[in-house]
Design a protein around this ligand. Structure first.
Ligand SMILES: Cc1cc2nc3c(=O)[nH]c(=O)nc-3n(C[C@H](O)[C@H](O)[C@H](O)COP(=O)(O)OP(=O)(O)OC[C@H]3O[C@@H](n4cnc5c(N)ncnc54)[C@H](O)[C@@H]3O)c2cc1C
Ligand SMILES: *[C@@H]1O[C@H](CO)[C@@H](O)[C@H](O)[C@H]1NC(C)=O
Ligand SMILES: *[C@@H]1O[C@H](CO)[C@@H](O)[C@H](O)[C@H]1NC(C)=O
Ligand SMILES: *[C@@H]1O[C@H](CO)[C@@H](O)[C@H](O)[C@H]1NC(C)=O
Ligand SMILES: *[C@@H]1O[C@H](CO)[C@@H](O)[C@H](O)[C@H]1NC(C)=O
Ligand SMILES: *[C@@H]1O[C@H](CO)[C@@H](O)[C@H](O)[C@H]1NC(C)=O
Ligand SMILES: *[C@@H]1O[C@H](CO)[C@@H](O)[C@H](O)[C@H]1NC(C)=O
Ligand SMILES: *[C@@H]1O[C@H](CO)[C@@H](O)[C@H](O)[C@H]1NC(C)=O
Ligand SMILES: *[C@@H]1O[C@H](CO)[C@@H](O)[C@H](O)[C@H]1NC(C)=O
Length: 475
């Protein structure tokens, strides 16, 4: 009797919460319809579906309405409406839509889609590229190459690891200026000289300080690139693991990067290795990998266009999410542990009757990527603590298994890190890369010693706390 009563009470409470949560969004949508009738869309229309869609379906939510602005003035109007004291509607800001965490760029309130900001230009005199957040990296590749088709500029606001990271640093270390609509709707152009604190905040602070409508970054044009992708099956004598550990521990050629993934799919383990060399011929650093028998290889000399179409994961379009484990070097023992923990996660999911598709762990042995750190960024990445973002990833077919796989992924990361800590290649207080970290990661592990300054900046730039109406890594 008692438990029935409790259940009824819980249902009643959640219904009340739903009503309260829906009302501000409905109010905001009707105000937006009056103010910006040309750019608003509602459920049932194609424009709305496009605005809420994400690379992983599990990252999408059904919003109350969507807006697709094309000018900074419209963005300002939107922020002033959702943030109005008597409205305070939940909202989301979406660029490329590749966030893996629900709510980081999705909402049940007002979805703001930035696909209309799609200008791109290159200034040869200053060697800078300027582009809008509506572009994906493959569309910007000629200026600032990314590693995966479809990924958007959110990558840049959270850190930004690219094929050029070893040579030139992370994306945030290459920002020259940003056009930003502040939480109160005021428009500013953020540069180091004009707004040093905001520049610090935007280097990793994602959506905490407003909405970026244009980026200007240092460009590093590439003339010719040697690279591609090779697939290997896993033998008992794992020669890829040996070559990878050797590369991680000894490679010092910053023009030569690799991104690898160990994947278990259909019960089989396989390695994929993507090679990138800034130059027209194969470098020595890659030779140990190329001696190993492979099942499939697609390698060539080509332009940046070539690399922008190659990826380890492909573009994800099924339910899935990922996490990060900070690791300095990958020893053979750490790699062996990653493989066995991935297997344990996969095997356990099958035994538990869960809809696992693949368990993947990305291993990207960067070298020197933090030595270009400005030292003044929200995302701490000091040269003397060069942790690479080891990237456990699960995909599955039944969205009802969402919570199960969040737990499984969390456990997988924890066991990988525990082993790496034992091997002296990770620390419990190492920073977790914001663009890879799984929801629930303590904010202290995302922003570390930047937190006090970020909180001070937030208090001064966003006294009305407008940006807490949107999800993400909140400070
Ligand atoms: C297949 C795949 C490959 C990846 N490869 C890489 C990689 O090579 N290197 C790497 O560093 N990361 C990589 N990532 C991670 C990637 O950096 C993050 O997923 C990033 O959040 C994607 O940005 P987005 O614009 O596509 O995502 P979105 O989901 O649109 O945005 C991500 C976050 O940024 C905020 N945001 C976006 N635009 C703005 C804006 N204009 N103003 C204010 N806030 C904004 C959003 O609100 C959200 O919180 C990859 C992810 C996937 C799925
Ligand atoms: C969104 O709404 C549609 C139609 O009502 C429903 O089928 C779908 O499951 C909902 N999606 C989410 C993520 O709630
Ligand atoms: C894009 O460029 C065009 C032409 O220069 C300009 O009129 C327009 O305002 C720009 N759009 C944005 C969103 O910056
Ligand atoms: C996973 O572990 C099981 C049981 O220990 C083993 O039989 C299987 O070969 C392993 N699979 C892979 C891909 O390593
Ligand atoms: C180890 O890496 C170094 C530097 O990249 C390379 O020269 C050497 O051939 C590699 N050794 C083995 C055994 O793979
Ligand atoms: C090899 O890669 C290129 C560039 O991405 C692509 O166009 C081509 O289809 C690939 N070939 C094979 C056999 O996969
Ligand atoms: C993850 O670990 C917790 C604590 O050990 C356990 O209760 C839970 O069942 C694990 N989840 C999965 C999916 O293995
Ligand atoms: C908006 O915020 C900025 C930064 O705090 C401040 O300089 C500006 O005066 C504010 N504008 C208005 C209209 O309140
Ligand atoms: C914003 O949200 C975060 C996370 O929920 C919270 O810790 C923080 O105190 C909030 N900020 C304010 C000013 O309420």
């Amino acid at each position: 009797m008692k438990s029935v009563f409790v259940v009824a009470e819980v249902l009643f409470l959640s219904a009340a919460v739903t009503v309260r949560a829906q009302k501000p969004a409905a109010t905001a949508c009707s105000l937006l319809q009056q103010a910006l009738p040309d750019i608003i869309a509602f459920p049932g229309s194609q424009a709305f579906e496009d605005a809420i869609s994400h690379a992983e379906p599990t990252s999408s939510q059904n919003s109350t309405c969507s807006v697709t602005p094309t000018t900074a003035e419209q963005v300002s109007t939107i922020l002033q409406i959702v943030g109005r004291e008597d409205v305070r509607a939940p909202f989301a800001i979406k660029a490329g839509g590749h966030a893996g965490n629900v709510g980081h760029s999705s909402t049940t309130g007002v979805q703001i889609a930035l696909s209309g900001f799609n200008n791109v230009s290159y200034d040869a005199d200053s060697q800078t590229a300027t582009f809008g957040p509506g572009l994906t990296w493959d569309e910007i590749y000629a200026h600032f190459s990314s590693r995966v088709p479809g990924v958007g500029v959110g990558l840049l606001l959270g850190g930004g690891y690219s094929w050029l990271a070893d040579q030139y640093g992370l994306g945030i270390d290459n920002i020259v200026s940003l056009d930003l609509v502040l939480p109160n709707g005021t428009f500013v152009t953020v540069t180091e000289d004009a707004y040093p604190d905001l520049m610090f905040g935007m280097r990793g602070g994602l959506n905490n300080f407003g909405i970026v409508t244009s980026f200007t970054v240092k460009a590093h044009p590439l003339s010719s690139v040697w690279g591609g992708i090779v697939h290997y099956t896993v033998e008992a004598d794992d020669r890829i693991a040996k070559a990878l550990a050797n590369f991680s521990l000894t490679n010092e050629d910053t023009k030569s990067q690799i991104a690898t993934a160990y994947t278990i799919v259909e019960g089989q383990g396989l390695w994929q290795v993507v090679f990138f060399h800034d130059g027209p011929t194969v470098p020595d650093a890659f030779l140990p990998f190329l001696d190993i028998p492979s099942t499939n290889r697609n390698l060539s000399e080509g332009g940046t266009m070539f690399m922008s179409t190659v990826s380890v994961t492909g573009d994800v379009n099924e339910a899935g999410f990922w996490d990060v484990v900070p690791i300095v070097h990958y020893t053979e023992d750490i790699i062996a542990n990653i493989k066995s923990e991935a297997n344990r996660t996969y095997t356990q999911a099958i035994a538990d009757g869960r809809s696992v598709d693949a368990v993947l762990v990305g291993i990207e042995p960067f070298h020197g990527m933090f030595s270009h750190s400005t030292g003044d960024s929200a995302y701490p990445h000091p040269a003397d603590r060069p942790v690479t973002p080891c990237n456990p990833f699960v995909t599955f077919t039944n969205t009802d298994d969402f919570e199960y796989f969040q737990g499984a992924l969390k456990n997988l990361s924890a066991s990988i890190q525990e082993f790496a800590i034992g091997a002296g290649e990770s620390r419990a207080d190492d920073i977790h890369y914001p663009n890879y970290a799984l929801a629930g990661t303590p904010i202290e592990l995302i922003y570390g010693e930047s937190l006090p300054r970020l909180r001070e900046l937030k208090a001064s730039v966003d006294p009305q706390n407008v940006m807490n109406l949107t999800g993400g890594w909140k400070i």
